[in-house]
Design a protein around this ligand. Structure first.
Ligand code: GLU
Length: 475
C-alpha cells in the first residue's frame, strides 16, 4: 500500500513553525516511502480564512523546500483540495449517515442546551449533550435542527499512536458530535475525516493539540465504514521556560525567521531535529533527512526551541555555500538595508564573502557590511579604536600604503599582498602594526574582516581615499 500523508493548514494566519514542522515530518515520511504528500486547505471558517494567508502558506512551504504531490495549486486525483469547495460532498455524506441510522436530527434549541448544561453543572457533573434526541427518529420537518452522529455508549477507543504510544479513551465520554450545524455548515471533526478518507490518507501526522479530536474522528471513520488511518501526534514546541511556544517567547511564524536571515536549509535541519535525533549528527542535508528521519523516532514530550542552536546551524549552512550561491541569498538582505548593489562587479562577492565566516544570519551579514556601501562621511567611528590605532606613526604607514596601492594596476589579492609585504619589509614593520590602523581607517571600527577582504570589497578608489583620510586623522 502506498503511503499517503497530508498537511492540512487552516489559512487563518501565518504558517507557524509548529505547522512547518508538521508539514516537514509528513513530507519526509512521504519522500522516504515514495508516497504522496497531499496539501489540503482547511478554509471552513469563512470569517478568518483568507486567500492571502493561503498563498503565503504555500510560498512559505515552498521556501522551506517542501514539494507536495497533490494540492490546490497542482491539482490531483482527489480534488478539490480546498474544503470550501467540498461542501456538497460533506452534505451528501451526512445525509447518507442519516439514512443509514448512524446519525440523527437534533432540534434542541440553544436555550434548551444551555439549560441542560446549567442543570448538569448545578449537579456537579461535566456539561455534555445528554443524547436527548438520539432515539426519536426526528424527520426533516422537525424545525431548525443539527445533525449529530451516534457515538458508541460503552467500550474503549484505542489509538496506537506512532509517537505517543497506546492511548485509551472511554467511549461514554464522547458526545454525539454535531456533523452538520443548524445552518447546514459541516464541523471540523467531520470534514477532516471525510477528506482524509476520500483522499486515501493512511497516516495522519499532526500536532498533539488535536489528540482529543482523534477518538471522535475514529468513530466517524467507523460510521463511514472506512479503514482508520495510523496516527502520529507530534508534541508541541516549547519555549525556553517549558511552556508552549508563543509570541511572548519570540518569533513564531516561519516568515519571521526567513526575514531575519535564517536560510531554509538550516530551518529544515533544525525543525527535523526538534525532538528527533540520529546518533550525534547535527547537520543534515534534505537527502540525509529523507533517509534517516522516522516519525516513530520522534520523542513523545515537547522539544524546546533553542535560538542559539538554530543560529549555529544557520551559520554552519551559510559557511557551506559557494560564493555565487551566497551572493544570491544575501542580495535581498543587502537591498533591504537600502544599499545599492548594482554595478559592483567583483566587489560584490568580495563584500559578501568577507562575512561568510562571521555571520549567524543573513541580516547580521548585511548589517556588518554597512561600511562597504555607505559614503565615507557616514562611517561611524569608534573613538577608542581611533585613539589607539591612528597614531602619527601609523598615519605615515597608511599614507605610504595609499600611494602605493593607488599606483597598483591589479586589484587582486596576490598583487595587494605584494604591495603590503614590500612596504612592511622596507619599513621593517610587521603586519600587526598595519592591520589595525588599516581596519580603523577603512571601517571606522577596530573589529572587522581581514585586510585584503576589506580592500577587495571596497575597491581601489574608496580604499585609497579612506586610507588617506585615516592618515590625516592620525597626524
Ligand atoms: N486544519 C487543522 C489545523 O490547522 C489541522 C487538522 C488536522 O491536521 O487534522 O490545525
Amino acid at each position: 500500500m502506498t503511503l499517503r500523508v497530508r498537511f492540512a493548514p487552516s489559512p487563518t494566519g501565518h504558517l507557524h513553525i509548529g505547522g512547518a514542522r508538521t508539514a516537514l515530518s509528513n513530507y519526509l515520511e512521504a519522500r522516504r516511502e515514495g508516497g504522496a504528500f497531499v496539501l489540503r486547505i482547511e478554509d471552513t471558517d469563512p470569517e478568518r480564512s483568507k486567500k492571502e494567508h493561503e498563498e503565503q502558506i504555500l510560498r512559505d512551504l515552498a521556501w522551506l523546500g517542501l514539494r507536495w504531490t497533490e494540492g490546490p495549486d497542482v491539482g490531483g486525483p482527489f480534488g478539490p483540495y480546498r474544503q470550501s469547495e467540498r461542501y456538497d460532498r460533506y452534505r451528501a455524506v451526512a445525509m447518507d449517515l442519516l439514512a443509514r441510522g448512524l446519525a440523527y436530527r437534533c432540534n434542541a434549541t440553544p436555550e434548551e442546551l444551555d439549560q441542560m448544561r446549567a442543570e448538569q453543572s448545578a449537579k456537579g457533573e461535566d456539561p455534555r449533550y445528554d443524547r436527548r434526541n438520539r432515539d426519536k427518529d426526528l424527520g426533516p420537518d422537525c424545525g431548525p435542527h443539527a445533525i449529530r452522529v451516534k457515538m458508541p455508549i460503552e467500550g474503549l477507543t484505542v489509538i496506537d499512536d506512532l509517537i505517543k504510544g497506546r492511548i485509551e479513551i472511554r467511549n461514554e465520554l464522547l458526545d454525539d458530535l454535531v456533523i452538520l450545524r443548524t445552518d447546514g455548515t459541516p464541523t471540523y471533526n467531520f470534514v477532516v475525516v471525510v477528506d482524509d478518507h476520500d483522499m486515501g490518507i493512511n497516516l495522519v501526522a499532526r500536532g498533539d493539540d488535536h489528540i482529543n479530536n482523534t477518538p471522535k474522528q475514529i468513530h466517524i471513520y467507523h460510521a463511514l465504514g472506512a479503514e482508520v488511518p495510523r496516527f502520529a501526534h507530534l508534541p508541541m514546541i516549547l519555549g525556553p521556560d517549558g511552556s508552549r511556544l508563543s509570541k511572548r517567547h519570540g518569533h513564531t511564524s516561519l516568515g519571521q525567521y526567513r526575514d531575519m536571515g535564517i536560510v531554509p536549509e538550516a530551518m529544515l535541519n533544525y525543525l527535523a531535529r526538534l525532538g528527533w535525533s540520529h546518533g550525534d549528527q547535527e547537520v543534515f542535508t534534505e537527502a540525509e533527512l529523507i533517509e534517516h528521519f522516522r516519525l516513530s523516532d520522534v520523542g513523545s514530550s515537547g522539544a524546546r526551541w533553542d535560538m542559539d542552536k538554530l543560529e549555529w546551524l544557520n551559520q554552519t549552512w551559510i559557511q557551506s555555500f559557494a560564493s555565487a550561491e551566497l551572493v544570491e541569498r544575501a542580495l535581498p538582505f543587502l537591498e533591504a538595508e537600502g544599499y545599492v548593489t548594482a554595478g559592483l562587479g567583483a566587489r560584490l562577492p568580495a563584500i559578501i564573502g568577507a562575512f561568510q565566516k562571521r555571520s549567524r544570519t543573513l541580516v547580521e551579514l548585511a548589517k556588518q557590511a554597512r561600511f562597504f556601501f555607505i559614503d565615507d562621511a557616514e562611517l561611524s567611528w569608534d573613538e577608542a579604536a581611533v585613539a589607539k590605532h591612528l597614531k602619527p606613526e601609523a598615519g605615515a604607514l597608511l599614507s605610504a600604503l595609499a600611494d602605493r596601492l593607488e599606483a597598483e594596476p591589479t586589484w587582486e589579492e596576490p598583487a595587494l599582498t605584494a604591495v603590503v609585504d614590500a612596504l612592511l619589509a622596507e619599513r621593517g614593520a610587521k603586519m600587526g602594526k598595519l592591520a589595525q590602523p588599516v581596519r580603523v581607517a577603512l571601517t571606522g571600527q577596530g573589529v572587522g574582516p581581514g585586510v585584503y577582504e576589506m580592500l577587495l570589497g571596497l575597491g581601489k578608489e574608496i580604499s585609497v581615499r579612506r586610507l588617506r583620510a585615516g592618515a590625516a586623522r592620525a597626524t
